[in-house]
Write a protein that binds this ligand. Structure first.
Ligand SMILES: *Cc1c(COP(=O)(O)O)cnc(C)c1O
Length: 368
C-alpha cells in the first residue's frame, strides 16, 4: 500500500475474504450467512464491503435502517437485505427497494401490512423478531398465537423467517443466560412451526454466537464484527485479520521546554524538553476526547507515541521525544501494530464503537 499523505482509512478486502472464510468454516456448508453491514459496514464502506461479500457468495445482508438498505441497492447489491430496525415512515421506501423488514411489534406489523397492501403487494417477505431476554426489540413469546392469527387472515405479507438476538454470546460468565435465551427461541420456533403453514428460516447467532454456540446456528447466522477482523475474545482475534487500518501523517513537529503546555486548556504540561507531533485528525473524525491525556498511543515507525493533552476537533498532539521521525512521516492510529480493540480499550470502550464512530470526513481507500 502506498504511503499515506493524509488521514485515510484503509480497507483491506483480502482480510475481509479471510474473515468471511474463517467464519464460514465454523458453520455447516448449508447454513446461510447474513453479513451485517449496518453503520457503513462498521465504519468502513458498506457498498465496497457488500459487493465483495456478494461475489464471495454471502446469502443475505443486514442493515439497521432503511436508508442503509437503499444505499446498498443503489450501489448494485441484489442479494436479499434485512432491515433490523425499520420505522413506519420508511415502509414505502423499504418495499420499493425490495428490502425485508424485521417486524418486532403488533403495531409495526399492522402498519407494514397497511403499506404493503396500498402498494398492491402479495406475500411480501417479512422476518418476525422475538425478544428472548435482551429486552430491546421483539415480540414476546406469548404474543405468538395472536400474531400468527393476524398473519393467517391476510396474504399481503408472508413470514419467511424468525429471529432473536442474544445479549452476551462473548461472555463466558453468562452461558446460563445465553442458554436460556436459546431455549426460549427454540420453543418459539417449535410453536411457530405448528402455526405457520409455510417453512421459515431461523436465525439467532451473531459473531460470538457462531464461535461459542455454533450448535444453535439454525438456518442462518448473522455476523458483523468478525467480518471486520475482531472476535471479542483474544483466541478469535488471533484467527482474524483486521480489515481497517487508520493512518495519517505528521503535519508539524514542535520542541517545547520544561514548563510549557500543549493544546487547549493547557492539559499537558511538560516537565522536560519534549518533542511533539501534530496529527491531522481529532474528535470530529471519531477520536473522542477520552483518547487524550496520555492514555492512548499511536504507532510511528513501530514505536508508540502517547496522545497528550486534550484531543482537538481536527488535530491531536503526540509525544515523539524518543522517536526518530519527520514531518510527513506516516502514523498508524490503529490497524496492525495497535489493534482497534486495544485502541478502544484505552478509552474503556469497545471495538464496535471506535470503528462505527469514524466520521465520513476520513477518506476510505480500498486495498487488496
Ligand atoms: C449488529 C447485530 C448483529 C451483528 O453482531 P456482531 O456482534 O457484530 O456479529 C447481529 N444481529 C443483530 C440483531 C444486530 O443488531
Amino acid at each position: 500500500m502506498a504511503k499515506a499523505e493524509e488521514t485515510v482509512l484503509e480497507i483491506n478486502l483480502k482480510a475481509l475474504g479471510h474473515n468471511y472464510r474463517y467464519l464460514r468454516s465454523k458453520i455447516k456448508p448449508e447454513t446461510k450467512f447474513m453479513a451485517v453491514v449496518k453503520a457503513y459496514a462498521y465504519g468502513s464502506d458498506s457498498i465496497a464491503i457488500a459487493k465483495y461479500l456478494q461475489d464471495l457468495g454471502a446469502d443475505y445482508f443486514a442493515v439497521a435502517y432503511v436508508n442503509e438498505g437503499v444505499t446498498l441497492r443503489e450501489g448494485g447489491i441484489t442479494t436479499p437485505i434485512l432491515v433490523l430496525h425499520p420505522q413506519k415512515v420508511h415502509f414505502k421506501t423499504l418495499i420499493e427497494n425490495n428490502l425485508e423488514p424485521s417486524i418486532y411489534s403488533a403495531t409495526i406489523l399492522s402498519d407494514f401490512i397497511t403499506t404493503a397492501k396500498e402498494l398492491g403487494k402479495a406475500d411480501y417477505p417479512i422476518h418476525l423478531k422475538f425478544n428472548t431476554g435482551l429486552n430491546r426489540l421483539g415480540f414476546s413469546a406469548d404474543e405468538l398465537l395472536e400474531i400468527a392469527t393476524r398473519i393467517q387472515q391476510q396474504n399481503t405479507v408472508k413470514v419467511i423467517a424468525l429471529l432473536s438476538h442474544l445479549a452476551a454470546t462473548e461472555d463466558a460468565n453468562e452461558t446460563d443466560f445465553t442458554n436460556l435465551q436459546l431455549e426460549r427461541f427454540d420453543a418459539i420456533c417449535k410453536k411457530a412451526d405448528t402455526l405457520f403453514k409455510t417453512e421459515t428460516l431461523k436465525h439467532v447467532l451473531n459473531t460470538s454466537g457462531i464461535i461459542n454456540y455454533s450448535h444453535a446456528q439454525y438456518d442462518m447466522v448473522r455476523s458483523g464484527i468478525g467480518l471486520y477482523g475482531y472476535g471479542n475474545e483474544p483466541h478469535v482475534d488471533a484467527e482474524l485479520h483486521p480489515v481497517m487500518t487508520l493512518k495519517t501523517i505528521i503535519s508539524q513537529k514542535h520542541t517545547i521546554n520544561a514548563g510549557e503546555s500543549v493544546g487547549y486548556n493547557r492539559k499537558y504540561t511538560s516537565d522536560h524538553k519534549t518533542v511533539t507531533a501534530t496529527l491531522p485528525l481529532g474528535h470530529a473524525d471519531g477520536i473522542g476526547r477520552e483518547y487524550g491525556h496520555g492514555k492512548t498511543y499511536v504507532s510511528i515507525h513501530g514505536k508508540l507515541a502517547p496522545i497528550i493533552g486534550n484531543v482537538c476537533m481536527d488535530m491531536i498532539m503526540v509525544d515523539v521525544t524518543n522517536i526518530d521521525c519527520e514531518e510527513g512521516d506516516e502514523v498508524e492510529i490503529f490497524g496492525n501494530n495497535i489493534s482497534a480493540n486495544e485502541f478502544a480499550e484505552t478509552a474503556q470502550t469497545i471495538t464496535y464503537e471506535i470503528l462505527t464512530g469514524l466520521s465520513q470526513r476520513i477518506k476510505r481507500v480500498l486495498t487488496n
